[in-house]
Design a protein around this ligand. Sequence first.
Ligand SMILES: C[S@@+](CC[C@H](N)C(=O)[O-])C[C@H]1O[C@@H](n2cnc3c(N)ncnc32)[C@H](O)[C@@H]1O
Length: 193
Amino acid sequence: MLDMTFEEAWKIVDKIGVWDALVEEGARALWDAAVGLGPGRHFVEIGCHLGRSSTLFMLLAKQHKHSLTFIDPWAGPPFGESDEKVSDVTAASWFWLIRGFHYPFTLHCCRTEQIPEANYPRGIDFIYIDGSHTERCVEIDCRMIEEVTPGGIVAFDNYGTHPPVQAAVDRLLSLGVLKKRALAGIVMVTEKA
Ligand SMILES: C[S@@+](CC[C@H](N)C(=O)[O-])C[C@H]1O[C@@H](n2cnc3c(N)ncnc32)[C@H](O)[C@@H]1O
């Protein structure tokens, strides 16, 4: 497990979920940014769905002893806001997949705004935002950036494909809250100022 390369990790990640949930170019940018942080960090993923990106973070965490927080209600369509369940089978599949790595993680099985204040993730070093892409949800998810330490990584999926995501990222860049690191396809990697 030690010194796993991106190429080795990608062979595993690329078997999970659907190919377009995370392509190699975006995954490599996430991996490189994560490795640059060093060990023992706190990683948060908003929007786990099928576990493709969760697997990438799990492989990183297991190798570098990070703590891991996952957030997903498995409710509503992947990009929607309703509380209607997508599929308990999807949630269960994610759980058994990620549990299989035998490494501890925290799962908030709810929408971001439903996390109780006492359990709200803090001291974040790396956050990957890929939840619902409506304007309201993106705004709520972006509030968690306040908990990211300066120099920490804030990454987004669907930059350029979902206008609310692009608008929020551009706004945070123009305000100087975030600094651009890389745009890898539709994965935007930034650094907290
Ligand atoms: C595009 S998918 C994530 C794909 C995932 N990163 C992967 O690699 O498989 C979006 C996910 O966001 C979740 N989601 C929807 N609304 C949410 C909210 N308000 N807070 C957190 N997650 C949400 C959905 O349940 C869905 O699983």
